[in-house]
Design a binder for this molecule. Structure first.
Ligand code: DMJ
Length: 637
């Protein structure tokens, strides 16, 4: 390279200046990198990250738009229990859920359930014996999983004998109350925000936000299955009609791959599996296809943001060194496997299996999975581990992948129990007051904080208990109960009886928020989600009581004239509302409450797994499906 000599500067002098400049620039960039990196190692840096995340906000910063950015930032949890372990030890109630698929048309499988008749939908094997070639199978080849085949491979009718109606009048009354809440939330959304993503219940208008790449109607897609299982027929039909006439997938904005997958793809898939409406399947597959370019990276680990029109993808501005987020790229498996099932195209499964392969291969500090991974090098970017925000649903999807595969996906099983062991060894803590909680881990240093988001883990550990090593099963169920108890404690220690966004176990705190910024509640589901699973697993009546406490608190503090709203401080009775009815309130919080007060035969856990947005997806029974396919072939020959 030739350097032009500057007047009055000797070649060696110029070289010196240049090298000084170079060293100075090197120093400066080192300093910036250090400061930026340090930001993410600070004990409570999620708020700072939000500053970067909000960079793409096109709307004025309001509480609602902050919440957008927070939605998937599940944070770690901490919990404990006040009672002695013996008191809380939970008995395994009938955890042995695996049953072989009988091809006999059992009474149970024939029982349609009222909603099914009303909506003229699902059909048992016997019902469908004479209807080969109906529109449900239209266009599918024999390798494609069609609706009829899938229905015949369920063990039980999805809606139970009587839509899960409980025989106990008090429980039934509670369930009706939850249904009324759903109708109220829906009616107000419909009235003031139809077609927008969420309702702003105080200003009575709609919110679009910037998470869905220009897609609209998040509350509609998120509500389809809830309306359906609640038997809100008219409302479900309105929602379906909107999907038919107005859901435009040709948008051209920047979307969160994770959010679009869990809400839109998940919501559409569930709607299809529950109703058999081809419309939902087609939309799900069409949208799934638009997500594929996000995987075009050197490692195949997808980037977090994608332009749905151009297919260009990039990492979140706040994510360390262009990394992808564990809870985002690790929360695609369930939906993508179903996309392959329904489309007949292996590409979706290949994409998620590739993610798993890389995660299996890479070295894990103490067996833990850090939250940030480079999609370019395939290496961890930081050693920050959390079962709450940034990590959470990755673990959830491991155990659910195993369950959804009819317990055949041994890799998922191995990874889940391996991760759980590492979590127990490194993150599970007991507070001085006896509460069990999950701390966060930053390069070996514990942050004694648990996020509301992390409270899903009670349910997760509960549903995985039965498939753990025989000597660990009761232990896992106890751990699930302890975590759920701690999360309940975080609710009982507030004025409103709703839980804060994050609570701590240091400086004398026991499951309480110590920072003003952690005191809000945005209608999140995780604590109620764990009540629902623990109820199904143990039938301990306390879970229904805790769920009812939450209903009363929601009614008292979050219900406003035109919908439900989050609140800014759970520790004060003079509540300030955040003016946002999150779509996950309709898809998750109210659905889990409804299931909590229903009989177990409404969406039985033997047949269904819920995605992280509470959209039920059926267990895939490959041997049964193949057998059904062969039978179909024989009949048509
Ligand atoms: C939901 O969108 C999902 O549960 C997601 O996994 C995390 N955050 C919200 C609810 O809090």
């Amino acid at each position: 390279m030739v350097f032009r000599k500057l007047p009055g500067v000797s070649a060696s002098g110029m070289g010196l200046r240049l090298s000084q400049k170079f060293v100075f620039l090197l120093f400066l960039s080192g300093l910036v990198t250090l400061c930026f990196g340090a930001l993410f190692f600070l004990p409570d840096s999620v708020r700072l990250k939000r500053i970067f995340l909000s960079k793409t906000e096109t709307q004025p910063v309001t509480v609602g738009s902050e919440n957008d950015a927070r939605v998937h930032l599940k944070r770690p949890k901490d919990q404990g229990m006040t009672s002695a372990k013996g008191e809380t030890s939970t008995k395994l109630k009938s955890l042995s859920r695996k049953q072989s698929v009988s091809h006999e048309a059992t009474e149970e499988r024939l029982a349609g359930g009222r909603a099914q008749e009303e909506f003229t939908l699902p059909r048992s094997r016997a019902e469908s014996a004479s209807d080969k070639g109906t529109s449900l199978d239209h266009g599918a080849n024999s390798d494609t999983v069609t609706y009829k085949k899938f229905r015949r491979c369920l063990l039980k009718p999805p809606l139970g004998r009587d839509n899960g109606k409980p025989s106990d009048p008090k429980t039934d009354e509670r369930r009706e109350k939850v249904k009324e809440m759903m109708k109220f939330a829906w009616d107000n959304y419909k009235h003031y925000a139809w077609g927008k993503n969420e309702l702003r219940p105080l200003t009575r208008n709609g919110h679009i936000g910037n998470m869905f790449g220009g897609l609209r109607g998040a509350s509609i897609i998120d509500s389809l299955d809830t309306l359906y299982i609640m038997g809100l027929k008219e409302e479900y039909n309105d929602a379906k009609e909107w999907v038919q006439t107005s859901l435009d997938l040709n948008s051209n904005g920047e979307a969160s791959l994770f959010e679009v997958n869990i809400r839109y793809v998940g919501g559409l898939l569930s709607a299809y599996y529950l109703t058999g409406e081809e419309l939902f399947k087609n939309k799900a597959v069409e949208l799934g296809e638009k997500l594929l370019p996000a995987f075009n990276t050197p490692t195949g680990i997808p980037r977090g943001v994608i332009n749905l029109g151009s297919g260009t993808s990039w990492s979140w501005g706040w994510a360390s060194a262009g990394s992808s987020i564990l809870a985002e790229f690790g929360t695609l498996h369930l939906e993508f496997v179903h996309l392959t099932q329904l489309s007949g195209s292996p590409i979706y499964t290949e994409k998620v299996m590739n993610i798993r392969k890389l995660l299996n291969k890479i070295e894990k500090p103490h067996g833990l999975y850090p939250n940030f991974l480079s999609p370019v090098s395939g290496n961890w970017v930081q050693h920050h581990v959390s079962i709450g925000g940034l990590g959470d649903s990755f673990y959830e999807y491991l155990i659910k992948s195993y369950l959804m595969s009819d317990k055949t996906d041994d890799d998922a099983k191995k990874m889940y129990y391996g991760a759980l062991e590492a979590i127990e060894a490194n993150l599970v803590q007991k507070s001085p007051g006896g509460l069990t909680y999950l701390a966060e881990w930053r390069g070996g240093i514990l942050d004694h904080k648990m996020g509301h988001l992390a409270c899903f883990s009670g349910g997760m550990i509960g549903i995985g208990a039965d498939d753990g090593a025989p000597d660990k099963r009761q232990h896992y169920l106890d751990l699930a109960a302890e975590i759920t108890h701690t999360c309940h404690e975080s609710y009982t220690r507030t004025a409103t009886k709703l839980g804060p966004e994050a609570f701590r176990f240091d400086g004398g705190a026991e499951a309480t928020a110590t920072r003003l910024s952690d005191r809000y509640y945005i209608l999140r589901p995780e604590v109620i989600e764990s009540y629902m699973y623990m109820w199904r697993l143990t039938h301990d009546p306390k879970y229904r009581e805790w769920g009812w406490e939450a209903v009363e608190a929601l009614e008292e503090h979050c219900r406003v004239e035109s919908g439900f709203s989050g609140i800014r401080d759970v520790y004060t009775m003079t509540v300030s509302h955040d003016n946002m009815q999150q779509s996950f309130f309709l898809s998750e919080t109210l659905k889990y409450l409804y299931l909590l007060f229903s009989d177990d035969d409404l969406l039985p856990l033997e047949d269904w797994v819920f995605n992280t947005e509470a959209h039920p997806l059926p267990v895939i029974r490959n041997s049964c499906l193949q057998e059904e396919a062969t039978q179909d072939k024989t009949v048509s020959e």
